[in-house]
Ligand binder design. Sequence first.
Ligand code: SAH
Length: 334
Amino acid sequence: MDLKRLDERLDELGQPAYRGRQVWEWASGGAPGYEAMTNLPLALRTALAADVPFSTLTAEAEQRSRDGTVKTLFRTHDGHPVEAVLMRYRDGRRSVCVSSQSGCPLTCTFCATGRMAFGRNLTASEILDQVLHFRRSEPVNHLVFMGMGEPFMNVDAVLDAARRLPDIGITHRRTTISTVGWLPGLERFVEEVTEPIRLALSLHAADPTVRSELMPVNDRYPLPDVLVLCRRHWERTNRRVFVEYVMLAGVNDSPAQARALAELLGREAFKVNLIPYNPTGLFDGSSRAAIAAFKAELDAARVPATVRLTRGRDIAAACGQLVAPARETRPALA
Ligand code: SAH
């Protein structure tokens, strides 16, 4: 729900400040609507239901993967599409992947989101409502800002939302913000944030020419400047920065490129996550053997590295596949 509007409305209704906290306590705990908030007077529940929509987002369609992953397409009040994904793991982990913008203004060549029209930044409430949608059906305990958009282009709303996540059951240690290295937002995050929120960097190529081809933003904010800030985050929090590296056949997956990456990162401050490419058109994904050989080079250099488990590919819910088609073509909510 729009928490600003809620506070304003409560104020207009002459309600004490603790009412807002009560409403948030219910909403963050997964309550289905105002009617469930039994410690609020009935007349107030009715007034709020009429004036402050329970969610800022309307769920329009939902798809379920064979692996248990759920992808939901939402619409903002002004018609912008937003997608979020819930990943379920056998060990009980429930991880939500949220969008920070509708679409994305960056044009990374391997990512489908960059090809849809950019809408706008989402508000903190619109980010939280993605999480609450899933929270209403089951407890959730991890979150990644890895859906549509560049979180550090919308740093205020992202941090506002991140700071409220513990109320929903997601601690800061289990929250990850992923960035292409958008320097102004990254700088604020590194300088201001004292909470132990995890930082992830989409790196994808150690070589500047290759990285600029894959991610035009590299010309604007060169990698060396970005890495300085990432190291500072590691020094401040003592938490390694995760490096995302999508494996593209013949582009960035050679053993020599793995050694260059190891050289660039060193052993201490980073942990590499190799991401199998999810087909979006332009590239071929690296073979399993190429990924294993790349990882072996990182292992030899003693740079911690893992290969990301792909989830939700059959419903286009995997990394880089979020691209909401036009409204008319969506199936009805299942
Ligand atoms: N803009 C931020 C947040 C999005 S995170 C960022 O880029 O970090 C989404 C992650 O999925 C990024 O690491 C991105 O590089 C990766 N990704 C994009 N397209 C992909 C694809 N087709 N296959 C695998 N990973 C992809």
